[in-house]
Design a protein around this ligand. Structure first.
Ligand code: SF4
Length: 250
């Protein structure tokens, strides 16, 4: 395990970056992140309803940036088609499928039905653990999270320390109107399910269309008291601490 001073230094660096780049545009944040972290930078994308905006900003700056996609094997076919469409139209050349550990799935979810009985465990197996392995070699990664998406994200900063890593949210202060204006300005294709009132789009068994007046993420794990899959919460940090980091700055 890393000594606490190292963790503290990363937390201080995130604070300094927030102060230094307060008010910067999303494109500036992506450019600065590339300068700061170089080959130690990746992006994580769900190829969901709002993903095209951040992916377009990235493609304008560095289309070869690794983009990590959690292939849970539970996605809507429409999401996989959208992923291929965006990759081609934006020219993203390094999209990586992050898959669950085969042996762990065989042991804990042999029928693929864990999502019906224990969603937290299923997300841990299919998302949080694989993502921890995938991001461990990187110093930092970009996400498309926004403050308006849910009450749990209201205070989301641009730069966040996650143990010895930094998670970067260039769109955190964007509104729905900002996103729509950007999509229109750049003629970005919508996720096919948006037309059916899906707004936050994850795995098929755990996503439904929104009802009138519901917040953006109400269609995720509806009726289960679950609001996040764990990849953005402390579960990821806990897994990262257990992950053996080959060749990483330690
Ligand atoms: S969102 Fe649902 S199907 Fe996907 S990993 Fe989590 S519990 Fe499993």
């Amino acid at each position: 395990m890393l000594p606490e001073p190292h963790i503290q230094r990363v937390a201080e660096r995130a604070q300094q970056l927030n102060a230094r780049y307060d008010g910067a545009t999303a494109a500036e944040i992506v450019a600065v992140s590339l300068q700061e972290f170089g080959a130690g930078l990746a992006a994580v994308s769900s190829f969901g309803a709002d993903s095209a905006v951040l992916l377009h900003v990235i493609a304008q700056t560095e289309p070869t940036l690794p983009v990590l996609f959690l292939q849970t094997n539970k996605h809507f076919p429409a999401t996989l088609r959208y992923r291929a469409q965006l990759a081609e139209e934006l020219g993203l050349s390094d999209i990586r499928d992050i898959v669950p550990d085969h042996a762990a799935l065989k042991l804990h979810d042999p029928l693929g039905a864990l999502c019906l009985t224990d969603k937290d465990r299923c997300c841990d197996l299919r998302k949080t653990q694989p993502l921890a392995q995938a991001v461990a070699p990187f110093q930092a990664w970009l996400t498309g999270r926004k403050q308006f998406q849910a009450a749990t994200r209201a205070g989301l900063p641009v730069f966040e320390a996650v143990g010895q890593h930094i998670r970067i949210n260039p769109l955190t202060s964007w509104t729905e109107q900002d996103l729509e204006a950007y999509r229109q300005a750049h003629a970005l294709p919508p996720h096919p399910l948006v037309a059916q009132n899906y707004r936050s789009i994850g795995c098929m068994p755990c996503t439904r269309a929104l009802l009138d007046g519901e917040d953006q993420r109400a269609g995720r794990w509806a009726g289960n008291g679950k609001t996040e899959c764990g990849i953005h919460l402390s579960g990821l940090e806990a897994h990262l601490k257990k992950t053996v980091i080959k060749g990483a700055d330690a």
